[in-house]
Design a protein around this ligand. Structure first.
Ligand SMILES: C[S@@+](CC[C@H](N)C(=O)[O-])C[C@H]1O[C@@H](n2cnc3c(N)ncnc32)[C@H](O)[C@@H]1O
Length: 536
């Protein structure tokens, strides 16, 4: 066995598993399973299967997930940079499948970094509704924001907050909440030896305290009739069936929806907590355990908690609550959705969100955005309004000249940065916001500079100029490394009589990857430094 397992852990597992213990221990002799999940925001399943550079074998519990051969390096392919797939541990793909996300829903991923499950939720929303994705660790939200952007997500708000503070802003707001809880990580010992080394410090007792708190707060953010999926990657019963038993005691208005068994999923074990818990809550057998000796994946626990209530009542509460919310001081401007003609209007598909979220408040405040500096006094407000007016002008002009699309949601100007947000910004008052929405671009003294996240979330048909590079050609990797390329004018696809000179959307095999700027046969590379291909 390659992994050094903590003795106390092995002893406990032997007691719990009895006859199964031998098979469980034998799983540590095998290499972990590698998986990728196709990003259907960017490519349909069948299209990916047709061009996959890897041998794919379906993961039974996730229709977009595939095993790839052990040792494959999926991060070293141009398709990774085009956001066509997410590299994800196979068992970790199961919780979102059980969240039952539907289009137009408001979904919260409370413990989200680095964003594997958030990108999976975003694919299920297909750009509709809203995804609020949060992590308490400021450092980890950097990877979260980057992944949300790499995968072309248009409708996500990224927060760096404690659950309590999110709950103040979003009482009974979300249709679905995922709690992929911080845990003692026992299920990952085979994949990540550091987890085994750190086991003592991430003790079960400490994790239980955090999990209890997170679950309690999450319930207050769920709309009537909504669903919470709670998952961990640990075996400790206190963090799993024990935690759900406590939750059910405190929340009799929730029921456990049994996880379908099959594909090797096993039932929960309430008797491992105590005989009392097992007899008081037999429904805990409907939670699921993924064992490394029964599935091709690492250890996981999943509970599906369904609130018993009518959604109509919840919507009414939300409307009342929105009407009563006070507005804060101004330093950020919010305008209505922008269309290609440069006229503000509400975009198609807004109706449900507006109902939940109220009208966009002109001049509403959101504090805590990256680089935020609050202004005070009337002068500050006037100059902020003037500045945001100029920024909006350069944005309008860019959309008019360069794009073939309308934006949904609310345009939020923060300093010189422009975002399209799925939420009106009074929702974000006082919260630490890492991204209020889709980052569209920056105003540089009256000149609009489109962002990389704008490019990767666009479809090739949405820009007036595009160039296709082939993944089988060295050119694609040279672009991803940041090199200038020589490209003849005939290779630019132009729309609407656009001139060839200017911003060009760069695609790899037809999938958007970034911007370039073309002039006189040369393509200046706009691929951002922090995103570049760094291997040889
Ligand atoms: C298991 S990881 C999440 C993995 C992530 N869901 C994914 O699929 O990529 C748990 C995360 O919870 C975060 N966390 C810990 N305590 C938290 C809290 N009280 N509120 C929110 N997030 C918390 C940690 O920083 C960590 O990133």
């Amino acid at each position: 066995m390659g992994v050094q397992l903590p003795t106390a852990f092995v002893k406990r597992m032997e007691q719990l598993l009895g006859d199964e213990f031998e098979a469980f221990m034998a799983a540590y002799d095998h290499t972990p399973h590698a998986g990728i999940r196709v990003n259907t925001l960017k490519i349909p399943m069948e299209a990916f299967k047709a061009i996959s550079p890897f041998e794919l074998r379906p993961i039974p519990w996730c229709s977009t997930g595939f095993y790839i051969p052990y040792g494959t390096k999926p991060g070293l392919h141009p398709y990774y940079h085009a956001g066509l797939y997410y590299v994800q541990e196979p068992s970790a793909m199961s919780p979102v499948e059980l969240l039952d996300v539907a289009v137009d829903e408001a979904v919260l991923d409370l413990c989200a970094a680095p964003g594997g499950k958030s990108t999976q939720i975003a694919a299920k929303l297909q750009g509709s509704g809203v995804l609020v994705t949060n992590d308490i660790s400021a450092e980890r939200t950097k990877a979260l924001a980057k992944n949300v952007e790499l995968y072309g997500v248009r409708n996500a708000v990224v927060l760096n907050e404690s659950p309590d503070r999110i709950a103040e802003a979003f009482p009974h707001f979300f249709d679905k909440i995922l709690i992929d809880a911080p845990c003692s990580g026992e299920g990952m010992f085979r994949k990540d030896e550091d987890m085994a080394k750190q086991w003592e410090t991430h003790s079960v007792e400490k994790c239980v305290v955090m999990q209890r708190d997170i679950l309690r707060v999450a319930a207050s953010m769920l709309s009537d009739g909504g669903r919470i999926v709670y998952s961990t990657c640990t075996f400790a019963p206190e963090e799993n069936e024990g935690m759900i038993a406590e939750f059910l005691e405190a929340h009799p208005d929730f029921e456990v929806i049994p996880v379908p068994l099959g594909a090797g999923f096993a039932s929960g074990h309430p008797e491992w907590v105590s005989e009392e818990v097992a007899s008081a809550h037999p429904e805990l057998r409907g939670t699921a355990r993924l064992w490394p000796h029964l599935v091709e994946g690492e250890g996981h626990f999943i509970a599906v908690l369904q609130h018993q209530g009518s959604r109509a009542v919840a919507a009414e509460k939300i409307l009342n609550m929105d009407a009563q919310r006070p507005r804060g001081k101004q330093h950020l401007s919010v305008v209505e959705p922008l269309t290609r003609s440069g006229q503000s209007r509400h975009a198609v598909g807004e109706s449900k969100r507006n109902k939940k979220d109220g009208k966009p408040g002109k001049g509403a405040t959101a504090r805590g955005f990256e680089g935020s500096r609050s202004r005070s006094g009337k002068e500050g407000l006037k100059s902020a309004a003037r500045a945001s007016h100029d920024v909006m002008e350069s944005y309008r002009q860019f959309v008019q000249e360069q794009l073939e699309m309308s934006f949904a949601g609310y345009t939020v100007v923060y300093g010189d940065r422009i975002y399209q947000s799925p939420l009106s910004s009074h929702r974000l008052d006082g919260l630490k916001v890492v991204r209020p929405g889709w980052f569209i671009g920056t105003d540089k003294k009256g000149r609009f500079v489109p962002s990389h996240p704008l490019a990767v979330a666009l479809r090739p048909s949405e820009a007036v100029r595009s160039i296709n590079l082939s993944s089988s050609d060295a050119e694609a990797i040279r672009y991803l490394k940041g090199e200038t390329l020589s490209i003849p004018v005939q290779r630019i696809t132009l729309k609407n009589d656009a001139q060839p000179k200017g911003y060009v959307l760069i695609c790899i095999d037809g999938y958007t990857a970034g911007w370039g700027k073309w002039q006189d046969g040369m393509l200046k590379n706009e691929y951002p430094t922090g995103w570049r291909w760094t291997s040889v």
